[in-house]
Design a binder for this molecule. Structure first.
Ligand SMILES: CC(C)(COP(=O)(O)OP(=O)(O)OC[C@H]1O[C@@H](n2cnc3c(N)ncnc32)[C@H](O)[C@@H]1OP(=O)(O)O)[C@@H](O)C(=O)NCCC(=O)NCCS
Length: 407
């Protein structure tokens, strides 16, 4: 069925991009013009991948190189966005082949993991992605907030000269959140130029003898952009001290006469939500994201681990697509870092008893900390004796993985 499908890139012509833009526009309900503008921008640096049948484009996707934090270290990651297949070509294996070829290309470039927001678990699950973290939507009725007052810190409009400091501030915070992005230009452009218009940006600073210290910032839009009341859509809000958190809440409460609610995205342990003194805000699961271990050694070596006694773990991994990940591996952890080596030689029963046996998609859920080893074992997706399960739980523990950004 799929033998006449060819995946080519990055040689898409402008006609190819126009055709793909129509599929993107139909799939994701954006205008064809906006889809084309987006595709052209990604094509400029080589991010677009297309599938052809008989020379004609029948689908495509965009690959976004970034990194993602796990265990306090940045892991190289390619995000995948805009997977769209022509409505007349669906159900014929095009997406599977397009994604499979793209994953093999990532592996050749030694990208450690790939992450995406799935519209269906089955398609990406069959390609080795596992559910790996959550994105929650917070919604706060401003009338419930009351008037918030604070004076220890000051707020002012963000200026272009603040941008580098804001990026460093975000990165310092993101480091300790499993799953948060080490944002590249693509994500910062979305934060600063979201599709809905030009956002407002404010920074919160503490006056000190050495000059003002950045303690928080926010970017937000009004939605809808005309008329009252509106919603404050905060697409990036960060703070590092209680006073800065209160100042950002005060900014919101001062809108209560014209805006009915403030919304933002984050994890289960969202700090702004936790700053609220009273109930009334809603926290809803917006979606789960999926992760694929593309290069097993890179993925296990690039991330950080809890600092504790040195530990050695053995895995027996099955990967039907990226077969170089399959087989027996030893992960040795010391001083918060891991090294990986392939286990060679005949399989003994003693060695087999030491191993954790699982599929690559389940390793992804374990790796991010989304699912506990014990839960995987209970589901029959991890075969390991109890002492190995305990070690896995100790190694892949941490804050529940989240990902406030969408791509
Ligand atoms: C989702 C989409 C990309 C799938 O493309 P496709 O070429 O039809 O997918 P494939 O034929 O390669 O399907 C491979 C496997 O994925 C799964 N799958 C595909 N479409 C699915 C759907 N709509 N619902 C559930 N599973 C699906 C199936 O397991 C399928 O295997 P099977 O046919 O052996 O059962 C396509 O329908 C599309 O463009 N939809 C609109 C946009 C969209 O949802 N994009 C994904 C964004 S993450």
């Amino acid at each position: 069925m799929t033998s006449d499908i060819v995946i080519t890139n990055p040689d898409a012509t402008s006609q190819d991009l126009e055709r793909l833009a129509r599929f993107e526009s139909q799939a994701f309900n954006y205008s064809a013009e906006a889809s084309l503008e987006w595709l052209r921008a990604q094509h400029e640096w080589g991010g677009v991948r297309v599938a052809r049948r008989g020379g004609r484009v029948v689908g495509g996707l965009v690959r976004i190189p970034m990194a993602q934090f796990f265990g306090g270290r940045a892991v190289s990651m390619d995000g995948v966005a805009g997977v769209a297949i022509s409505p007349t070509e669906r159900g014929r294996g095009v997406a599977k082949q397009l994604m499979g070829t793209t994953l093999k290309e990532m592996r050749r470039r030694r990208v450690a993991v790939s992450t995406l927001y799935p519209s269906t678990y089955q398609l990406y699950g069959s390609l080795g992605y596992g559910r790996a973290g959550a994105r929650y939507r917070m919604s706060l009725p401003l009338a419930r907030l009351g008037r918030v007052k604070t004076s220890a810190v000051e707020i002012r409009e963000m200026e272009p000269k603040d941008e580098r400091a804001v990026e460093r501030f975000y990165r310092r915070r993101a480091l300790s959140h499993n799953g948060w992005l080490d944002r590249g230009g693509y994500i910062w452009a979305r934060v600063r130029n979201p599709r809905g218009g030009t956002p407002f940006g404010y920074v919160v600073e503490r006056p000190t003898p050495k000059g003002p210290q950045l303690e928080g910032y926010v970017y937000y839009l009004h939605h809808p952009s005309n008329g009252l009341p509106y919603e404050l859509q905060m697409h990036d809000v960060q703070f590092a001290t209680p006073e800065a958190g209160q100042r950002l809440l005060a900014l919101m409460s001062d809108y209560a006469t014209v805006a009915d609610r403030a919304c933002w995205y984050g994890g289960a342990d969202d700090a702004l939500l936790h700053s609220l003194l009273e109930q009334g805000a809603r926290q809803e699961l917006s979606e789960l994201w999926m992760l694929r271990i593309v290069h097993l050694e890179a993925a296990l070596e690039e991330r950080g681990y809890p600092r504790g006694p040195d530990l050695s773990l053995e895995f027996e991994v099955r990967d039907g697509l990226l077969r170089a990940n399959s087989g027996r591996w030893r992960l040795v952890i010391g001083r918060g870092r891991g090294t990986v080596e392939r286990v060679r030689g005949p399989r003994s029963s003693a060695a087999s008893a030491r191993s954790a046996k699982l599929d690559i998609c389940d390793l992804a859920s374990l790796y991010s900390g989304h699912i506990r080893a014990r839960t995987l074992a209970e589901l029959g997706r991890l075969d390991a004796r109890p002492s190995v399960v305990d070690s896995l739980e100790a190694v892949f523990c941490g804050p529940a993985p989240s990902l406030p950004d969408y791509f």
